[in-house]
Design a protein around this ligand. Structure first.
Ligand SMILES: [Zn+2]
Length: 269
């Protein structure tokens, strides 16, 4: 490989890295402007401008031109296969930023789509016993219309339940407390992470009002890694602003994506 070609590839790789960093900019700008920090917003916009300038610079354009010519000459589809592979791995997200958000919304939900019938009120006791028998790290207790779900060493969650028209258990309210605080069925956690979790889960049961008890319980269980899960949007465990872990979960078809509230461009939901 000639030195010139190496240099051109290096330039394109560097630009690719900077372009990937662009995804975090809207959320940062939104967050900092909400907090009244205009200096940082200007800084972020400078970054965007810099990437734009690099993209149209002679050296990058020359490298892109050469890559295009080489691809046309090549005839094999190696390059695009690689791209398709990557796209598949990333959940077949669309290539444009606008499409990306839309595609993402179509393919993710806040609960896993139910594969079994929802638990009915009369079967609740039996289901909870079976749950406790088959789960080591989480335990359920029923007290009338309140389920207490303990996720070992992480949190205690109260699920307020009601019955839907067909007799299925429907989760109506959720309150989360830290494992080391005294949980109160009608109180509020003293920790901001569990306050935000309570808020997020409350919105989920509102939006996914037809969700079965099993899928809501599964969602709560997915927070067993709340203190170590990395955000799929910024890659951090705690957010850069506020230092709160990822309280948003999305089912991506095969597992849970964790996100910070501040990283979700459209807000918590
Ligand atoms: Zn994040």
């Amino acid at each position: 490989m000639t030195e010139a070609l190496k240099e051109q590839i290096g330039k394109l790789q560097e630009l690719q890295g900077r372009i990937q960093g662009l995804r975090a900019v809207p959320a940062h700008v939104f967050q900092t402007s909400r907090l009244g920090g205009t200096g940082k917003v200007a800084e972020e916009l400078e970054v965007v401008k810099g990437i734009g300038e690099a993209g149209v610079s002679e050296s990058v354009q020359g490298a892109l031109q050469r890559a295009r010519e080489s691809l046309d000459k090549d005839g094999s589809s190696l390059g695009t296969e690689h791209r398709q592979e990557r796209r598949k791995r990333r959940g077949e997200r669309a290539a444009t930023p606008e499409g990306y958000v839309n595609e993402d919304r179509k393919r993710t939900s806040f609960v896993r789509p139910a594969t079994e019938e929802g638990v009915k009120m009369e079967g609740l006791g039996e289901w909870a016993r079976e749950f406790n028998r088959t789960h080591d790290k989480s335990k359920l207790r029923i007290r009338e219309r309140l389920l207490r779900l303990t996720v070992e060493d992480v949190m205690t969650v109260f699920l307020g339940i009601g019955a839907s028209a067909d007799g299925r258990v429907r989760v109506e309210t959720i309150r989360a407390f830290g494992a080391r605080e005294k949980p109160q069925a009608h109180g509020e956690s003293g920790y901001s992470v569990f306050q935000q979790l309570t808020q997020q889960l409350g919105k989920v049961v509102e939006v996914e009002s037809g969700a079965t008890l099993q899928t809501i319980v599964e969602l709560v269980e997915s927070y067993d890694v709340v203190f170590v899960a990395r955000c799929v949007l910024c890659g951090r465990v705690v957010s850069s602003e506020g230092h709160v872990p990822c309280v948003v979960r999305r089912w991506n078809g095969s597992g849970w994506d964790a996100e910070h509230i501040g990283c979700v461009i459209e807000g918590p939901i």
